[in-house]
Write a protein that binds this ligand. Structure first.
Ligand code: PAF
Length: 282
């Protein structure tokens, strides 16, 4: 039979209607995405049998000049198998013209402050969150979900989407999905397939740095120990910081904090994060 594939909003609304639980993705699905789908199905059941929709759309507007849009893995056939296995009701696979119709200015919402906190993603990938907010808002308009699931692996993105939903008064519940890791600690990412064997080994330093940071409750010492750990491996560090978990601003009497790292391993950019310190909930 295969999972139901829909390519247009018209088809989607004919099939599903509003009020679904939605998992937006760019495809190249792995076990991390599968776990988001399981969370979505659970949320759908909690909502009395809402439908569960996954989108697969590689959004060109969120790639910056340092990113390689052409190199982004595209694996639709395998993605559909994952969606079918996880029992989603439909996979929305719109073309670029469906999302960004010719001659129509698709709105970029004003960026919440959390998107432009100094020293994080905006410094390394200027324009990235404008593209993310644009496509997420557009996908929300198209899918009209009641709830949407976003992975904690992209921690800043999760906070940006939450802030945007609030700012725009969308009334969509944003449900977080915990990061899934390989047995050796590497966070699952669609980019991992681009790592060579030595690069993959080098990438394990991200998790080691987060674990080391989590052992101290002093933010300056924690940042120093992350930098020391990262310096022990063949990676180029973009940031390694402790921030307020929600605003991503500096830690000043924050209730919950997060350790966040971004590195380049060869040509591949990897990010990871963990609650901080590790013995505190957050
Ligand atoms: O996290 C992602 O895969 C993307 O940024 C998202 C949310 C699907 C928007 O393109």
């Amino acid at each position: 039979m295969g999972v139901r594939i829909v390519r247009t909003v018209k088809e989607l609304h004919g099939e599903i209607g509003a009020g679904s639980v939605f998992v937006p993705t760019m495809g190249a699905l792995h076990e991390g995405h599968a776990s988001l789908m399981r969370i979505a199905r659970q949320e759908a059941r909690r909502r009395g049998g809402a439908k569960c929709i996954v989108s697969v759309f590689v959004n060109p507007t969120q790639f910056t000049e340092n990113d390689d849009l052409a190199a982004y893995p595209r694996t639709l056939e395998a993605d559909l198998i994952v969606c079918e296995r996880e029992g989603v009701d439909a996979v929305f696979v719109p073309g670029v013209e469906e999302v960004y119709p010719r001659g129509v200015q698709v709105r970029v919402p004003s960026l919440p402050n959390v998107a432009t906190e100094p020293g994080l993603e905006d410094r390394c990938r200027p324009g990235h969150f404008a593209g993310v907010c644009q496509v997420v808002l557009r996908l929300f308009e198209m899918v009209r979900p009641a709830a949407a699931v976003f992975g904690e692996k992209d921690w800043q993105q999760l906070q940006v989407v939450r802030a945007m939903v609030k700012q725009e008064g969308l009334g969509i519940e944003i449900v977080p999905g915990p990061t899934v890791r390989d047995a050796d600690g590497l966070a699952l990412s669609s980019r991992n397939v681009r790592l060579g064997l030595d690069e993959r080994r080098a990438a394990l330093v991200l998790n080691r740095a987060l674990v080391r940071a989590g052992r101290t409750a002093d933010p300056a010492i924690a940042e120093g120990s992350m930098r020391d750990e990262l310096a022990s491996s063949a990676v180029e560090v973009e940031y390694a910081v402790i921030r307020d978990a929600e605003t991503l601003g500096p830690v000043e009497g924050s209730r919950t904090c997060r350790a966040l790292v971004a590195v380049r391993v060869g040509k591949v950019r990897l990010i990871d994060n963990a609650r901080w310190p590790m013995n505190r909930m957050g």
